[in-house]
Design a protein around this ligand. Structure first.
Ligand code: GRF
Length: 202
């Protein structure tokens, strides 16, 4: 299966996926795309010999025209799945619908708690004892699509938002590559009823 990965900057989730894909002939990272200049992650992907594209949103005068350009580049790679691996931009409904069932996001909270930004601070402010990350199919409503996988970590009394973010990131790097494996092997997909279907237990 062919995967296109969209990132914003650091790209540590993308790196975890690329490293895993090296030993998996069924998983091909066709391209990595960033919308910001000098993305560290994009540099790394290029060094790995992966096709990379920098499409700067600031070069476009509307969200629609940026998403259209993004879609055009993505589709030259004919991906089975498009992964939002730390892609910090809201996508237009048209874009999201074009990739229905093929667009996957990782969000650093246990959804439906704490959608949006600053999720780790949100978790500390709420006083929850468990926090984590969610991988879901993307639908037009931000951070609300059908959930594929979740993992939890404890929140410690002494945690700063950064410490909590690091702990969550650790499980993101395990969970996202696993989910990519499930997608590649058709173990999981989005059903016609809009619900996630697991073909067999994992
Ligand atoms: C991750 O925590 C991801 O869940 C969130 O932004 C962060 C991106 O990190 N959306 P990286 O770019 O994968 O290192």
């Amino acid at each position: 299966k062919r995967f296109v990965l969209l990132i914003s900057g650091r790209g540590s989730n993308m790196q975890a996926i690329v490293k895993m894909a090296k030993n998996r002939p069924g998983i091909h990272v066709a391209a990595v795309i960033s919308h910001s200049r000098n993305s560290k992650g994009l540099e790394w992907a290029k060094e790995q010999g992966i096709t990379v594209h920098e499409i700067l949103n600031k070069d476009y005068d509307s969200r629609e025209s940026f998403d259209q350009a993004l879609q055009a580049i993505i589709d030259t790679h004919q991906p089975d799945y498009v992964l939002l691996a730390g892609f910090m931009r809201i996508l237009t409904e048209k874009f999201v619908r074009h990739y229905h069932g093929r667009l996957i996001n990782i969000h650093p909270s246990l959804l439906p708690s704490f959608p949006g930004l600053d999720t780790h601070q949100q978790a500390l402010d709420a006083g929850v004892l468990l926090h984590g990350c969610t991988i879901h199919f993307v639908t037009p409503v931000l951070d609300h699509g059908p959930i594929i996988a979740q993992a939890a970590v404890p929140v410690l009394k002494t945690d700063t938002a950064d410490e909590l973010a690091q702990r969550v990131l650790g499980i993101e790097h395990i969970m996202f590559p696993s989910v990519v494996g499930y997608l590649a092997e058709d173990i999981v997909k989005l059903g016609d009823n809009g619900k996630v279907i697991y073909k067999r237990e994992v």
